[in-house]
Design a protein around this ligand. Structure first.
Ligand SMILES: [Mn+2]
Length: 306
């Protein structure tokens, strides 16, 4: 049983960069089931891949998961970001079930309409200075690297994960108005298009802001925070922590597994009683005869002999 949603929005996985929490992203996608999946940009970090090719197995796992979802009937829309801008030349096309669009208007379950865009077009630094934004991206990469090492040390000492980069960015946020300007611009754009809200990514900071009649929702990222936006069948939008979702799902799965095992054991006991009635002596049976009596295989025999 997967967690059912109407829609899932996910952005900034940055596959191909060593900061990507691809393994966690793949796990998250594995435990959700949705009618529609929006990939809200920066899914594949082509800037990084151009500098150095880096593609471990777990990065493939994310792609494989998405293809599997398509096979099961999920509609997938990819809205490229600045790090996967190479995909921007394929607007309007479809690749193996993935539609590529510059932006989309999502019709919510409650009739509300949302602009879905990565958001870099509204980030003045990226828009006007590619050099500055690439420089920023390199600095960011270093920050993530420091963060990884710092947290490895913390884990060794038994401390909980603590994101240096998220902390730094929040500090910077207070010092400059970059993020709030970004949010303001996107809200203004949604209002200009007479929509009820905007769903974006790009700044790696998940947030929900209600500005009068317009709601701003940011998916966050899968480099530091592992967050996503989910919409339930009634159209309610919620920012979720992917790691929590995976953990809850795994606990539930383990409970169900134990339940099934208990049922199997009970069935085994029943079979044992029946065998007794039929006067079958299990201990004297050799392998082949046992197999003939119980075509279900080794596990049953194991349970019966226990
Ligand atoms: Mn971006």
């Amino acid at each position: 049983m997967k967690l059912k949603y109407r829609t899932v929005f996910i952005s900034d996985i940055h596959l191909g960069s060593n900061g990507s929490q691809a393994k966690e992203a793949a796990k998250f996608l594995k435990c959700v089931d949705c009618e529609k999946l929006y990939l809200v940009g920066d899914i594949i970090d082509m800037w990084r891949l151009k500098q150095r090719w880096y593609w471990p197995a777990e990065h493939n796992e994310v792609v494989r998961r998405i293809l599997k979802m398509i096979k099961r009937g999920t509609e997938v829309v990819f809205v490229p970001g600045n790090h996967d801008e190479a995909a921007r030349q394929y607007y309007g096309l479809e690749f193996g079930g993935v539609k590529v669009e510059p932006f989309v208007v999502h019709d919510g379950g409650d009739g509300k309409r949302y602009l879905v865009t990565h958001g870099d077009q509204y980030d003045l630094v990226v828009k006007h200075s590619r050099f500055l934004s690439v420089l920023g991206s390199v600095a960011y990469e270093w920050l993530i690297r420091i963060n990884t090492w710092y947290n490895k040390c913390r884990a060794l000492l038994g401390y909980k994960y603590w994101s240096v980069s998220a902390y730094m960015k929040l500090k910077v946020k207070h010092a400059c108005t970059f993020i709030s300007r970004f949010e303001e611009r996107l809200i203004a754009e949604a209002r200009r298009q007479e929509l009820d809200g905007v769903i974006c990514g790009h700044i790696h900071h998940s947030d929900r802001i209600e500005d009068e009649d317009v709601v701003y929702l940011n998916c966050g990222d899968w480099v530091e925070s592992c967050t996503a936006i989910v919409e339930d069948s009634t159209g309610r939008m919620e920012i979720v922590n992917g790691l929590d979702i995976v953990q809850e799902w795994e606990i539930e799965k383990e409970l169900r597994r134990k339940e099934k095992l208990a049922q199997l054991e009970m069935a085994g006991e029943c079979a044992m009683d029946m065998a007794e009635e039929l006067d079958v002596d299990w201990e004297e049976d050799d392998e082949e005869e046992g197999e003939m009596l119980l075509p279900m295989g080794g596990r049953w025999r194991y349970l019966l002999k226990k």
